[in-house]
Design a binder for this molecule. Structure first.
Ligand SMILES: [Zn+2]
Length: 424
């Protein structure tokens, strides 16, 4: 059955939805209690039915390596090498990630070293390592089945509000809100397009396992009644499996450059052909846009490209310039420092941190001065027409329009029933 068909069927049974939500709430509460009780590094906590089996959970933190953690548990060189080898060949794991991965050790009470080790790289995978009688380590990777719900949230901008505050009030999780902000930033100038009374809505995924909400997935649809008109974006998977965001007509919504590289930053000085320079005192053009940003705020590259300049001059202070394609370049000035590994010639991705804000050069306080240069001329970052990165071919566009119609109908149903969701 098509996922959206299934969705429609489930939407009609509102009672069922409520029951599921209640159960989910109860499980979530359970999860919170568990987290509170077993905080960071859990000591020798016997968990199994067998009296002699002991389990230990270690959360990987900065500086931890696989060999260090294994050696801490009493494993010798040969075992450590064998485990590292089998993890790489059978599970594609070459290293541990601090603050994300966990390792569970199970040992028999009488043994010095563990007989079973489970590497847990996030909530959706478990990699179990067992040692057989001959001393050989085997590895078995298990994917946890996830149950994805589409949920709908809507909000309104109030007087004196920011989009962020309104989003929090609408019960949109912070991580989802940050992604929504990133998406809308391609189309909207949050400084000028946001006013009290504007409405917005977000559809996103919640992932469940055994009825328990584990994490959030992707942003599926965003709608914002901005001053310049309704901005809508849909997530869509093309036939080649790549995922992108598109406007209602199927035009690529992700642009090659961002108008505002830093989220939630206030514009303190706009692009103009004449202004009185705050430090020099005389009138000259302001060739970019200034965003307020405390010293040390990470500055992401507005688009993918190659670093063509990284240096210092009297006006810009520490600056980085990136060439994006044949016609666009961006420049970031007054940095307190550069990101490591970002040098002239470095190829950067959109969103990759290239440096940190500061007040070097001719500057009255910490801010990011951002310029977009098109065909050698400075243009206003807030109004320049930016090219989309991924547009759809005719076949994918047709599929997108069909998908959009089904999704719009489902969203209209969700909007009528607060608290309901679509089971994918
Ligand atoms: Zn400036």
């Amino acid at each position: 059955m098509d996922a959206m068909e299934k969705a429609k069927n489930i939407l009609t049974s509102n009672k069922f939805v409520r029951v599921v939500l209640w159960l989910a709430a109860i499980f979530a509460l359970g999860a919170i209690v568990t987290v509170l009780v077993f905080g960071h590094r859990v000591g020798d906590a016997p968990v199994n039915n067998s009296v002699q089996e002991e389990a230990l959970v270690v959360n990987v933190t900065a500086g931890d390596t696989l060999s260090k953690l294994l050696s801490d548990q009493g494993l010798g060189h040969n075992d450590i090498n064998a485990i590292a080898k089998v993890l790489k060949s059978d599970a594609g794991i070459t290293g541990l990630r601090a603050d994300r991965d966990k390792i569970e050790f199970v040992r028999n009470g009488t043994e010095n070293s563990p007989s079973k080790i489970t590497v847990v790289p996030g909530p959706w995978r478990r990699v179990e390592l067992t040692c057989d009688d001959s001393g050989a380590w085997k590895c078995n990777a298990v994917d946890i089945e996830r149950d994805t719900h589409l949920v709908y949230r809507q909000g309104e901008i109030l007087d004196g509000d920011s989009f962020y505050l309104a989003g929090m009030r609408a019960d949109i999780p912070a991580g989802i809100l940050a992604e929504v902000y990133d998406l809308l930033a391609f189309e909207m100038d949050f400084e000028r397009d946001v006013r009290a009374g504007q409405k917005f809505s977000v559809v996103y995924e919640e992932n469940y396992s055994n009825g328990q909400r584990i994490d959030n997935g992707a942003v599926v649809e965003v709608s914002f009644d901005a001053l310049r008109g309704n901005v809508k974006m849909y997530r869509f998977r093309k036939s080649d499996k790549t995922v992108g965001y598109y406007d209602p007509n199927g035009n690529g919504a992700i642009k090659s450059l961002k108008r505002t590289p830093i989220n939630n930053a206030k514009v303190t000085s706009s692009f103009s052909t004449r202004r009185k320079h705050p430090v020099l005192g005389f009138t000259r053009a302001h060739k970019g846009v200034d965003f307020r940003a405390p010293t040390g705020t990470p500055i992401p590259a507005a688009g993918a490209g190659r670093v063509v300049a990284r240096g210092f001059n009297r006006g810009h202070g520490n600056f980085v310039k990136i060439r994006h394609n044949g016609s666009f370049e961006t420049l970031y000035a007054h940095m307190s420092k550069f990101a490591k590994n970002v040098k002239v010639g470095t190829v950067v991705k959109q969103g990759q941190i290239i440096g940190y804000s500061g007040s070097t050069g001719l500057s009255t306080g910490p801010h990011l001065h951002y310029e977009i240069i098109k065909d050698g001329k400075h243009v206003n970052p807030m109004t320049v027409k930016l090219p989309a990165i991924n547009n759809l071919d005719a076949e994918n566009k047709k599929k997108f329009l069909e998908y959009r119609e089904t999704l719009d109908k489902a969203i209209a149903e969700l909007a009528k029933k607060p608290g309901a969701f679509i089971q994918m």
